[in-house]
Structures are given as structure tokens and as C-alpha cells.
Ligand binder design. Structure first.
Ligand code: RM4
Ligand code: MN
Ligand code: MN
Length: 400
């Protein structure tokens, strides 16, 4: 039986290099800002302006070579009056580009009872206008994906019409889709609970799928790995969305409970591997490249922010490299012949392979340091921003 375990180390190096050449991971601007839990924030020399966010994200890209774009939140990063060309120039100065654009329809006081699903027509319209503005801003920034996330929902049974709200959400997303340019996409994110605890208007991937289909052909589903209940089989959702050609992208993070936004692969690296393996299997079988935006949605107040992002990217690269080693021809054969142990072991063999030498080799060929974390630590950047950012008044009232 041909499996990767029979592969020579040179063919592992080649397979891993080809895989890593294709893996680009978008960083969230808010991952570099001081954020916290609902109980408080522990501050560090984090980024407080969009320029500092680009600068810090630029460091992650510089040392990993895998993160050329930065996801932006309109309200936090591109407030009214900002010239998109200025944002693009700032990003360029730090070696990155603006990436996906998130509208913010959850922070303003008027959204207490929801945004696109609000009972009040005027508030629905206000939210829609902001989303339409966000699509325009994205276009002007050269960003492809618009990624709304909705806090909409209710806290108590009987207090909201679930069906009316579903239709309002569907209409709103359709209107947003109408203003997309042909190369833009609308990615619909779901989350089972929080801040609403009785019902959330887009609670799971099925609802997001229905809404994305209704919105139009350029809408897809966004899977935030933390936005599921315990024990949910996320790779099955990924496989279904791939098969329906409806998987638009990921917000990567790990979780113990839900939406914990812990470091990718810190709790369950095998799950991340299984997600990547489903994607590779789909690509192997169809000969098509899955058009997926890989984004990180994490923000830490305990670990150093830049180091944590570098750690995340290194973990993603290793797990993606392992998934690239799955021998799908052998796997398919084992599945067809119902050799369960052999099939499962093909996964396990790939997962157990130490890909770090191959990843280091890939970095060498790209002119990168073998160990991005060590290279960043040696660069003196942290010491510099710690000095530069010390003592300034921190009056961050928003989340990021
Ligand atoms: C949500 C969701 C969104 C993110 C906000 C800040 O839980 O994950 O993607 O933009 O948090
Ligand atoms: Mn998210
Ligand atoms: Mn989240």
C-alpha cells in the first residue's frame, strides 16, 4: 500500500513546499489591539492606531512570509472621513495590504435590539446603509471580501418574531449583494450564541447557507472555528460546504467552550488537521482549487500579540503541511474496500509526521529565518514599540 510513510524525506520536502507556497493567512487588525474579556483588559504595548496595526501585522508577514493581508473592521479602522487611498498607502509602507472588510453593526446604541433584524425599519435601514458603505470602502481599498457578523438575536422566549427577523436578514443581505462588484464576495458568518442567549438570527451554518444562497451568487459561508457547540463535527460542515461550492472562508482560532478565540491548534490540533484534510481531499478529487479565504480571528490579552500571531501562523503551516501528506489515492482505496483501520491510519500517519524540517527548508528557500518566532524576538521590534508606546494614555473604550 502506498502511503506517505513510504515517501522519502525529499518527496515530503517537495510536497510540503508546494502546499506552503499556496497557503496565505490573513491577520485581523483587532488581533493587535488591546482587547480583553467582558471583565477587563490587561494592557500591553499593543497597537492603538491603524498604522500601528499594519506595522505589527507587517512584522508577522516579514518573518513568516505568509500573511500579506490584514482584515479591517470599518468602525475601528476606517472611521468616517478616512481616505481609502491613505489606508492603502499606510499598509504598503508596512509591507501588507488591506484584506477583508467587516462592517460593524453591533456596537452602536441603536443596535440594542438588533441591526438588520431590528423591529424598527429605520434601524434596519441604518444598518443596511453602513453595510453598503462597507462594500464601497472594500472596493476602494481593493478588498475582495466583505465579512459581516451580526450580534442580532434575542434573550427571552417570545420577545421577537424569529420568522420576521429571518426575512429582514435575508432582504438586507440581498441588498448588500446587489452592490457588490463582480469580483467581490459577501461572506456570511454564523455563531450559535453571545451576545444573544435565547436565539441568534444566524446561529449555524445551515442558516448562513440559506441566507447566502438567497443573497446571490457571490455570497458564501464563513466558518469561524470557534462558533460551534461542543463536539460539533466542523470538518463535516466544511466538507458539505465544499461540496455545495459555498465555503467562502475561515476565521481561525481554537476553543475549549465557544468563541474563546484561543490560539489555533492550542487545544485540538487534530481538528485543524482534519479540516485541512477535507479541503485537500476535495481539491485532490475534483482537480479544482478551493477558493477559500483563510483568516485568523483571535485576540489575546495574555500572550504577546505579535508573538501569538506568529505562533498561530507557524501552527497553521505545520498542520496544513501534515494534511498535504495524506495519500488520498490510498485513502480512497481503503475507504472503498472498507479497510477502516488502514483508512484511519493514513490520517494518523500524516498527522504524526514531523514536518518541521520540511517547513524549515521551505523557509530557507524563501529567504526567511528558519524560526520566525526567534527571528522576531531577535529583531528588537518588541523593545522598540515597548519604548515608543510606553506611557501614552490608553483610553480604548471599544473592543479594539
Ligand atoms: C465575533 C465574530 C466576528 C468578529 C467579532 C469581533 O465573535 O467572530 O468575526 O469580527 O467577534
Ligand atoms: Mn469571527
Ligand atoms: Mn467570534
Amino acid at each position: 500500500m502506498a502511503s506517505h510513510s513510504s515517501k522519502s524525506s525529499s518527496s515530503i520536502t517537495e510536497t510540503v513546499a508546494a502546499a506552503l507556497d499556496r497557503l496565505q493567512i490573513e491577520l485581523p487588525s483587532w488581533g493587535f489591539a488591546d482587547t480583553g474579556t467582558r471583565f477587563g483588559k490587561f494592557l500591553q504595548p499593543a497597537a492603538s492606531t491603524i498604522e500601528e496595526k499594519f506595522a505589527d501585522a507587517g512584522q508577522v508577514h516579514k518573518f513568516t512570509g505568509a500573511c500579506p493581508t490584514v482584515a479591517l473592521h470599518v468602525l475601528w479602522d476606517v472611521p468616517e472621513g478616512t481616505k481609502p487611498s491613505d489606508v492603502t498607502k499606510l499598509a504598503e509602507r508596512h509591507g501588507v495590504r488591506p484584506g477583508s472588510i467587516s462592517p460593524n453593526v453591533f456596537q452602536d446604541q441603536i443596535y440594542k435590539h438588533g441591526s438588520l433584524c431590528n423591529e424598527q425599519e429605520s434601524i434596519r435601514q441604518h444598518a443596511l446603509n453602513h453595510i453598503l458603505d462597507s462594500v464601497r470602502i472594500a472596493r476602494e481599498l481593493g478588498s475582495r471580501d466583505v465579512t459581516p457578523w451580526f450580534a442580532d438575536g434575542s434573550n427571552f422566549p417570545g420577545t421577537a418574531s424569529i420568522r420576521a427577523r429571518k426575512r429582514w436578514m435575508a432582504e438586507g443581505l440581498k441588498r448588500a449583494h446587489e452592490v457588490l462588484s463582480p469580483d467581490q464576495r459577501l461572506l456570511v458568518e454564523y455563531k450559535p450564541f453571545e451576545p444573544a442567549f435565547y436565539h441568534t438570527d444566524i446561529a449555524d451554518w445551515g442558516m448562513a447557507l440559506v441566507l447566502a444562497r438567497f443573497a446571490g451568487p457571490q455570497a458564501r459561508v464563513l466558518v469561524d472555528t470557534g462558533h460551534h457547540y461542543q463536539a460539533q463535527n466542523i470538518e463535516q460542515i466544511v466538507a458539505w460546504l465544499l461540496d455545495e461550492n459555498m465555503l467562502g472562508g475561515f476565521h481561525f482560532n481554537d476553543r475549549r467552550f465557544a468563541d474563546d478565540d484561543l490560539t489555533l491548534g492550542s487545544i485540538d490540533p487534530y481538528q485543524v488537521f482534519r479540516i485541512f484534510a477535507e479541503i485537500r481531499f476535495y481539491e485532490w478529487e475534483t482537480g479544482r482549487r478551493a477558493d477559500i479565504a483563510y483568516m485568523v480571528d483571535q485576540s489575546h490579552n495574555l500572550k504577546g500579540k505579535i508573538e501569538e500571531m506568529i505562533q498561530t501562523v507557524m501552527t497553521a503551516q505545520e498542520l496544513y503541511a501534515k494534511a498535504a501528506l495524506v495519500d488520498f489515492a490510498a485513502l480512497t482505496k481503503a475507504q472503498n474496500e472498507q479497510r477502516l483501520i488502514d483508512a484511519e491510519n493514513i490520517y494518523k500517519d500524516a498527522f504524526s509526521t514531523d514536518v518541521r524540517p520540511a517547513v524549515r527548508e521551505w523557509r530557507r528557500t524563501k529567504g526567511l529565518g528558519e524560526n520566525p518566532l526567534a527571528a522576531f524576538r531577535e529583531s528588537g521590534y518588541m523593545e522598540r514599540i515597548t519604548r515608543d508606546r510606553a506611557g501614552r494614555a490608553v483610553a480604548v473604550s471599544s473592543y479594539a
